[in-house]
Design a protein around this ligand. Structure first.
Ligand code: GLA
Length: 699
């Protein structure tokens, strides 16, 4: 295994070649021999260092060797072009080039990149060696990006499947932001036509959603407005009824959404579904509704009605998207504002209850509201998991005061991987507004199949932030340079900030739709006040090494954590990097692993190359170690391992009394693996959790 090529020595040799017209052959040969010996020694040292340093070292090796390939090739070409080089010089330069190529191919092969190794050998004229190597390649079917399997929110005791989880965040239009209660069947049909004529439907906006105020009768005490069978009815603004409206909308190739609430009345006092969940879900399914927005509006604190509505929709026989406004972000609702789970009375993980949950107050058409919602969505980033989307609320694009703000709002909603439901009157929208809403590059960021919510990875100046969203394509990130301040300013990102190797990357500006070209280490630009520049960066993924390795030693593409940063080889210590204690679960100490605090999510790119993961999970004995007796028995968490849209392993709730539990996951075909730690039921206090000794095998 010769990893290191003879870079310094090699260059000296080539320099000697340059001056060779005036040198004697013998001199040249002895210089060459000395250089070779020195280079061999350097190579051995490098191999030892590589073995110690692992993959990062290997990528550095590749960079160096590529550089040397270039030098050797350039020298060979120069000699050939000069035409007066001696045959021996040419032969030596050619040999040197081949030698470098062999070493480069060796490294690539070691990293499991055999097809690239074959190319390198071929290009160096080593055809026999290339074809020998080629014969060793086992052609594998292209598996990593098969459609993610459908996943279900709940499976009932009778084995029936629960709510199916769609593959990406919903897109469409909702009536509330512009029309409030002043909405009619005629308007809805015009909106549907406009979606089609404007090209918005083609761009993805396919769901036409009613909000509050469509039903008959204002409820005082519940049930009012329902018919003799307790079924909801449409009011006089929808004279044909909802079933007929759905038919018309479906005939246009679109979907229909409806609204209800988990109280006696909705927020505007129309009949609510509390106590009528099953009958209303059946009615919606019978009308062939495709989307239900379920609001809170001061309903019972336990939010059980949301779970009842989920189960009723799941059993309704129709695939219905379920969007929740649990109002569980409100101050005083939870003991801890950083969590959004349902109250201890029912103790449920909100991501298992609905497809989306609102993260904050009703959106308003001003930039303060936009900022507040970006922050709120950011706070609950760890919740964004397969089959669930944080919902920063319906769009105000076209309704904010400035063009810049409208663009920023849309781009950030896309980065946050939230629903994209236009809320403006699209019948009269300006060209600028249509252009913003139809930006295909930005929509692709939102709809990306990995469904990872962007997170802040750098903030040199408060409110001038760099957000990163890993995309499906290997090496690709959507990077938003967001300026929430009131003055223009420079925002910079380095590729290492977004978990890419420090190597040139291709940059496309998605805000302007222009290719910027290759950028060496990063990118920096002036961003206007309240503006954003969204880039697609395609660089070098650091990737997982072939063979068995310790996952916590590798580079995750995404990491978000309850308190402080995700720690390596120590427990989470709440605030700063390196403020933890040695990893300890029960009586067992671990040298290697990740120390996290619920709720947490760490994602690695496996690219369909990895077969299995084995890890030990448990509550860290942080407080015992720190001798805080009153806290030592607190904390409860649960561990989940996801491969793409599949839950592969789950620990169930664990407490400090439990020893480490071994979890294993079969990662075959998975593009990414997500390590998720959820609070165990009493919010996030004391929830320090370890992923100890995580071992992964890749090829
Ligand atoms: C609540 C919701 C809004 C809207 C209104 C309708 O305020 O948060 O999105 O649905 O109710 O009454």
């Amino acid at each position: 295994m010769n990893f290191r090529l003879l870079s310094l020595a090699g260059m000296a040799f080539l320099a000697a070649c340059n001056g060779s017209e005036s040198s004697r052959d013998g001199q040249l040969e002895s210089t060459f021999a000395a250089e070779q010996a020195e280079a061999r020694k350097a190579a051995e040292d490098e191999i030892a260092a590589f073995k110690k340093g692992g993959i990062n070292q290997a990528t550095t090796e590749i960079d160096l060797i590529k550089q040397d390939m270039k030098t050797a090739k350039a020298e060979l070409d120069r000699l050939k072009a000069a035409g007066n080089a001696k045959a021996k010089e040419l032969e030596q330069a050619e040999e040197r080039y081949k030698e470098v190529a062999r070493k480069y191919a060796g490294i690539l092969q070691e990293l499991g990149r055999t097809p690239e190794a074959v190319e390198v050998l071929k290009n160096a004229g080593l055809t026999q060696e290339a074809s020998n190597l080629m014969s060793q390649i086992v052609i594998k079917p292209q598996v990593p990006y098969e459609p993610f399997p459908t996943l279900y929110k709940v499976t009932f005791d009778d084995g029936a499947k629960g709510l199916p989880a769609p593959k990406s965040a919903p897109m469409g239009w909702n009536a509330w932001n512009t029309f409030r209660c002043d909405v009619t069947e005629a308007t809805i049909l015009e909106i549907a036509d406009t979606l089609i004529e404007s090209g918005m439907a083609k761009a993805g906006y396919t769901s036409v959603n009613l909000d509050d105020c469509w039903s008959e009768g204002r409820a005082e005490g519940g049930g009012l407005g329902r018919d003799g069978d307790n079924k909801l009815r449409a009011n006089s603004r929808f004279p044909s009824g909802i079933k007929a409206l759905a038919e018309k909308i479906h005939a246009k190739g679109l979907k229909l959404g409806i609204y209800s609430g988990g109280n006696n009345g909705t927020c505007q006092g129309y009949p609510g579904s509390l106590g009528f969940e099953a009958i209303d879900a059946r009615t919606f399914a019978e009308w062939k509704v495709d989307y239900v927005k379920y609001d809170d509006c001061g309903g019972p604190d336990n939010r059980l009605t949301f779970v009842r509505m989920r189960d009723a929709l799941a059993k309704s026989g129709r695939e219905i998207f379920y969007s929740g406004n649990f109002n569980n972000f409100a101050n005083g609702f939870n003991s801890n504002a950083r969590t959004f789970d349902l109250p201890p009375a029912i103790n449920m993980d909100v991501t298992t209850v609905a497809h989306t949950a609102r993260v904050g107050d009703d959106i308003q058409p001003n930039f303060d509201s936009i900022k507040a919602l970006i922050r709120a969505a950011g706070e609950r980033e760890a919740y964004s998991t397969p089959g669930f989307w944080n919902d920063p609320d319906m769009l105000q694009v076209g309704r904010l005061p400035t063009l810049e703000e409208n663009k920023t709002h849309f781009a950030m909603w896309a980065m946050l991987a939230g629903p994209l439901l236009a809320g403006n009157d699209i019948r009269t929208q300006s060209d600028d507004t249509l252009k913003i809403l139809s930006n295909a590059d930005i929509i692709a960021v939102n709809q990306d199949r990995l469904n990872i919510q962007a997170s802040v990875v750098r903030e040199d100046v408060i409110d001038r932030q760099v957000w990163s969203k890993p995309l499906e394509e290997t090496g690709a990130r959507a990077v938003a340079l967001l300026n929430m301040t009131d003055t223009a300013g420079t925002i910079s990102v380095q590729w290492t900030d977004v978990a890419l190797a420090d190597a040139p990357a291709k940059v496309r500006n998605l805000s302007t739709g222009t290719d910027v070209g290759d950028a060496e280490m990063g990118y920096s630009t002036v961003v206007p006040a309240h503006g954003v520049v969204v880039l697609k960066v395609t660089g070098k993924e650091i990737g997982l090494p072939s063979g068995r390795s310790i996952l916590s030693d590798q580079q995750p593409i995404y990491q978000v954590n309850g308190w402080g940063p995700v720690e390596k080889d120590q427990s989470n210590g709440e605030a700063m990097r390196n403020d933890g204690t040695p990893l300890q679960i029960g009586d067992e100490g671990f040298e290697k692993g990740l120390g996290v605090a619920a709720r947490s999510q760490v994602i690695y790119r496996t690219d369909g190359r990895c077969s299995d993961l084995s890890v030990h999970g448990g509550v860290d004995r942080f407080y015992a170690t720190k001798s805080v007796p009153e806290k030592r028995d607190h904390g409860n968490v649960s561990f989940e391992i996801w491969g793409d849209g599949n839950l592969l392993a789950a620990s169930g709730v664990m407490t400090p009394a439990d020893g480490a539990k071994r979890l294993t996951a079969d990662l075959t075909h998975a593009s990414i693996v997500r390590l998720i730690v959820k609070p165990g039921g009493d919010y996030v206090n004391y929830d320090y959790a370890d992923w100890a000794n995580p071992e992964i095998t890749c090829h």
